[in-house]
Design a protein around this ligand. Sequence first.
Ligand code: SF4
Length: 329
Amino acid sequence: MSNYHETIAERIIAGNSLTAEEATALAAAAGSDAFALFLAACRVKEHFIGPGIDLCSIINAKSGRCPENCAFCAQSAHHATDAPVYPLVDEERIVAGAKDAEKNGSHCFGIITSGTTINKGEELDRISRAVRRIRQETAIAPSCSLGIIDYQTAIALKQAGVETYHHNLETARSFFPHICTTHDYEEDVETVRSVKRAGLKICCGGIFGLGETAAQRIELALTLRELDVDSVPLNFLNPIEGTRLAGADNITPLECLKTIALFRLLLPAKKIAVCGGRERNLRDLQSWIFFAGASGTMIGNYLTTTGREPEADWQMLKDLELTVESCCE
Ligand code: SF4
């Protein structure tokens, strides 16, 4: 590690925050400086999180026909894609998904629905019943991602046994109007605040490779720092035919790794998980996510795209001699 990167790591470990200016300078790292950046992030992760990593899985519990127009999303009704379209699956299917996820070694199980928000009647009731059963029948921690919700819905989910609510900001406030025009960034921020106020943990991150600049990636990390989110999923664009970003090829494996490292240095004590787009964007460098400061990853399938076999991920973790442990509870 270069002296400069070593100093940065030591300063963060001593409790100082990385500034936006420092992060911007680090984002330009290339060659051996990029490797030094990863090592600094790895040291910071080991200090604040420890050597373990954790795993999460999701179920796409309601797919397609979303009235929002997020440029990257296969489930937007504004895009003609091959993504599956179905209403909220039944309780049994959600519970079975949680049991499968537990068998695959996941510690957290996310119930994800498409759409701006969730219907507060039958849909919320069904998800609440499924969450209660997951609590009774498994040791996995259920989380929900049901779109923009208010404080009362967050309370209802907490009472059902949800520990964490997931709601991504997706990208920087300054870039959001290029990605979505059907709702305001502030509605997403308000959801994060309501969830926190209700006493739920908040998992909130974004997706990269949309055409945003390095400065905008840092802007998102600083917003998440200000909101004091608990965990940060990082997704990398898997361009889907029919979406507005089909054909986009905006991020290289090293840029993905630098993004992970910068998020670690800007959010040193937070759980940072690499989720969608890992296989496509990192390719042979997938295992480097842990060297770059990630503390977890998603295994199994994503919302509308397939991940690789869980066995392949377990082999990667075994080869790295990483300890898998739950950071969910
Ligand atoms: S990302 Fe979520 S809100 Fe945006 S179009 Fe897709 S399902 Fe809808």
